[in-house]
Design a protein. Structure first.
Length: 433
């Protein structure tokens, strides 16, 4: 299921796209096709075309998911095997086709229904043997459990949900064994369907544990270089140009002259400073004197919908040509207590900081306290996907407009610090365990 749906999703991303008329027309076409097929499918068996005279297998095509699952779990009458197999195969194909459409099509109930149909088939086959005394509904329950657990890799929560909703708590051990067997079997082939679609959409969601090959990596191996930086005292016009030239979410703030790292300033706050700066008198010919002591109250930023980003048109409308030539002191708005790592820190430590502290940006500093690079969640995801340091370096891209960062001595010092970095990474593994 997961493999076929992955190929279909990649085809959709390439030829249909995430939005637009094709996406809308695909939903209409799929809906019309499935509804039309399910309307005429019960007539394949023959007999009366009145819905009230349909047998149990025929009603599976027209019943809603909850009612059909209840009939498969608790129904006592024998269901026609041929029609039940036909429904199970068709429903399986339809579930693959609909998951990933432009509208929510669901996975939980459709996979339970398909698994219950396959399980019911096995249960009725075994019931035909005289020495075997069993209930087909029990096999339908186990089949539904295996189907959903194999697709989504849901384990304990699925077992508890099924025991509570069906009232079959006495079958807890078979259900637990089924979910674990289905998960382990699925893991031999691919990831769960939810994880697959997260990867396809490149959502920067970190795994609970880093990959094993990251054990020997340093922060300098995965960081983005050529970082756009700003100074504590900066010209307003230069700040506007910097914001227009890149889409970075935060900027390292440096001390002018020494270029030592002071802190980090996020993009939303910088936009608010430019928008409200003139109103509160923080712009000056030289960032000193009375203007240097002035600052924008945080309450004013909240009234201006901070931290929602502002449009550049609104910011430019609030600035005059004289304001562009003035300077602004950014010290009151810089986060000087942000987390940082040295360039030889283990990637395992960086992963741990992002997972536990909810970071968005992690500056990487050299021994002289200058900025050598910056790490984001996307850099960590790239490191998890690529096993070769050269491949990681080739794939890393970050805008380099603004103040460049020199990291020329990283490779030589990396070799000298490799043993210490390995020991640090091993210690991080102990923390995870």
């Amino acid at each position: 299921f997961n493999g076929i749906n992955t190929r279909l999703s990649k085809w959709r991303m390439r030829y249909v796209g995430p939005r637009g008329h094709l996406r809308y027309l695909e939903v209409l076409f799929v809906t019309l096709t499935i509804v039309s097929f399910n309307f005429f499918a019960p007539l394949i068996r023959g007999g009366s075309n009145r819905m009230s005279s349909f047998c149990s297998a025929q009603t599976l095509f027209v019943d809603v998911g909850g009612e059909a699952i209840r009939d498969l779990f608790h129904g006592e009458e024998h269901i026609d095997q041929g029609m039940l197999l036909f429904f199970a195969l068709i429903h399986y194909v339809q579930t693959i086709w609909t998951y990933g459409l432009g509208v929510p099509s669901g996975l939980f109930v459709p996979s339970l229904l398909g698994g219950a149909a396959f399980g019911r088939i096995i249960g009725q086959l075994l019931q035909s043997f005289e020495p075997v005394a069993t209930s087909p509904g029990l096999y339908a329950l186990i089949g539904a459990t295996a189907m959903l657990s194999g697709m989504a890799r849901i384990t304990i929560s699925l077992a508890v949900i099924l025991m509570e909703t069906t009232g079959e708590a006495e079958w807890g051990i078979p259900i637990f064994l089924t979910v674990m067997a289905a998960k382990w079997t699925g893991d031999l082939f691919n990831k769960g369907i939810y994880d697959i679609h997260i990867d396809l959409r490149h959502v920067p969601l970190l795994e609970h544990r880093p990959e094993k090959h990251e054990l020997g990596l340093q922060a300098s191996d995965i960081m983005a270089t050529g970082v756009t930086s700003i100074f504590l005292r900066h010209r307003v016009g230069d700040l506007v140009d910097t914001l227009e030239s890149c889409r970075h979410g935060a900027f390292p703030v440096l001390e002018e002259g020494t270029r030592r790292f002071i802190g980090i300033l996020d993009r939303c706050t910088l936009l608010q400073v430019l928008h409200l700066g003139k109103q509160h008198g923080i712009f000056s010919e030289k960032a000193s004197g009375e203007a240097a002591n002035a600052m924008i109250p945080y309450e004013e930023m909240l009234r201006d919908r901070h931290p929602a980003p502002l449009s550049f048109a609104k910011i430019k409308a609030s600035l005059t040509s004289e304001d562009y030539a003035r300077e602004v002191d950014l010290r009151p708005y810089v986060n000087m207590g942000c987390y940082t790592v040295q360039e030889h820190a283990a990637v395992m430590r960086c992963h741990l900081l992002f997972r536990t502290m909810g970071l968005r940006h992690l500056p990487v500093l050299g021994a002289d306290h200058t900025v050598r690079g910056i790490i984001t969640r996307k850099d960590l995801l790239l490191a998890a996907e690529e096993h070769d340091v050269a491949a990681i370096s080739a794939c890393k891209t970050l805008g380099t407009e603004g103040v460049p960062v020199d990291g020329s001595d990283a490779s030589s010092s990396r070799k000298a610090n490799a043993p210490a970095q390995q020991a640090e990474a091993t210690a991080e593994v102990a923390v995870w365990e």
